[in-house]
Design a protein around this ligand. Structure first.
Ligand SMILES: [Zn+2]
Length: 107
């Protein structure tokens, strides 16, 4: 089972896994729990990893991963109005509590 991506955090890993699933590619996240759900243990150098279940899917996954990677730094996180959790700009609702995510005021 090949690794295709090392994420900056669990949200990043989950977002990519969801996109891969949308392309019909089975993907798994490893180290999801080691990184800490709230990112407060980020000083520990264990990052979530995205693995493709089928080796034959790697070639199809590569452009998806590349597109995901380009998107990352250019899209600032937005904070949940309910719990204050940062969410990726592509999220309309909070990944943690499901609350409304405020639109970014400055990009
Ligand atoms: Zn929230």
């Amino acid at each position: 089972m090949p690794r295709v991506y090392v994420a900056s955090d669990l949200v990043d890993a989950q977002l990519l896994a969801d996109v891969l699933h949308g392309h019909g590619i089975a993907a798994r996240i490893l180290n999801a729990h080691a990184a800490g759900a709230l990112g407060e243990l980020s000083f520990i150098d264990v990052r979530p990893e995205v693995w493709v279940s089928e080796p034959r899917d790697v070639a199809r996954a590569e452009p998806v991963v590349a597109a995901h990677d380009r998107r990352g730094p250019s899209a600032p996180d937005r904070r949940c109005a309910s719990c204050g959790e940062p969410n990726p700009a592509s999220f309309a609702s909070c990944w943690q509590c499901g609350g409304w995510v405020e639109p970014a005021e400055s990009a």
